[in-house]
Design a protein around this ligand. Structure first.
Ligand code: AMP
Ligand code: MN
Ligand code: MN
Ligand code: MN
Length: 286
């Protein structure tokens, strides 16, 4: 069961990806994906389209989202998989989480203006596919267009990361709430790309233990933002904390993403794949 081309993390124009759900489904299928989930940030508006396109293309589908959480002063992402997308717990929780983005975006533009970059709010809006979901990625694309930086990772490094001139601190959802919204709606909560957070070992241990205590069930072991050492480290942590393992590219855009849909290494064999826990939640074609 570990040898399944499952890609359970990616983004469409409903959040900060550049392809729409149908185009992503076709791309996933062409790359050999067998089980797919679209996991737009804090938003479910692409789910029906993604599921329909997946089934039409002959792929199995799990509902998905990626929830923004604030933990120990850092932004942590929690992926939800296989939940009921109409359940009020997750629908209302995500609506509240999305709510602060508009004001934050205006504040980001004001900060960028102070360092000599005008028009960033309007510029970012040109890249937004869903008015409820303006993100740093949209600002990054505008700053590349404006010639401020050569690519989006340079924009994050110089302007949008914590402590840089265009960064505006924001309080996202609480860890326990995000896990509860997902599990109450029948799904499994998964710690996204743990290798990306700048936590001390103590903080990381706290994240995993609190996540587990709240009912979290999985961790991304194989993701586009992990290197080979991270695969080994988080495979061990999954075993240590009794968490299932997930696999997802975190694909956003053909031009920006290093790893394509379906293009990751397999999950290490000794782990329980998260899709085994979610077998009853998978929609299958035919
Ligand atoms: P936001 O939810 O508005 O804070 O935006 C977060 C998004 O920014 C992430 O989901 C990534 O898509 C993108 N992002 C964060 N850090 C980087 C980075 N260093 N390089 C490129 N994209 C990044
Ligand atoms: Mn993103
Ligand atoms: Mn993420
Ligand atoms: Mn993501």
């Amino acid at each position: 069961m570990s040898i399944l081309n499952a890609d359970l993390h990616c983004h469409s124009t409903v959040s900060d990806g550049t392809l729409d759900p149908e185009t992503l489904a076709a791309r996933a299928r062409a790359n050999g994906v067998e089980l797919w989930a679209l996991t737009d940030h804090d938003e479910l508006a692409g789910q029906a389209r993604a599921r329909q396109a997946a089934l039409a293309a002959g792929m199995a589908y799990l509902t998905g989202t990626e929830i923004s959480v604030t933990f120990a002063g850092e932004t942590v992402h929690i992926v939800g998989l296989g939940f009921d997308e109409a359940h009020p717990a997750i629908v209302e929780g995500l609506a509240r989480t999305r709510g602060g983005r508009e004001l934050r975006a205006r504040d980001m533009a004001a900060e960028l203006l102070k360092v000599g970059i005008p028009g960033a709010y309007e510029g970012a809006l040109k890249y937004v596919g869903n008015p409820d979901l303006i993100s740093r990625t949209h600002f990054a694309r505008f700053l590349v267009e404006a010639g401020v930086c050569g690519d989006t990772s340079e924009v994050f490094r110089k302007y949008l990361a914590d402590g840089k001139p265009g960064f505006v601190p924001h309080r996202w959802a609480q860890l326990g709430d995000a896990v509860r919204w997902i599990t109450e709606a029948g799904g499994a909560a998964v710690i996204a790309h743990p290798g990306r957070y700048r936590f001390t070992p103590t903080e990381e241990f706290a994240l995993f233990s609190e996540f587990k205590a709240h009912g979290g069930q999985g961790v991304e072991v194989v993701t586009g933002s992990h290197n080979a050492a991270d695969f080994v480290k988080y495979a061990e942590m999954a075993g240590e904390f009794g968490l299932a393992a997930s696999r997802g590219s975190d694909f956003h855009s053909p031009a920006e993403s290093r790893i394509d849909l379906g293009g990751l290494p397999w999950l290490p064999g000794a782990l329980t794949p998260v899709w085994e826990l979610l077998d009853h939640r998978i929609t299958r074609p035919g």
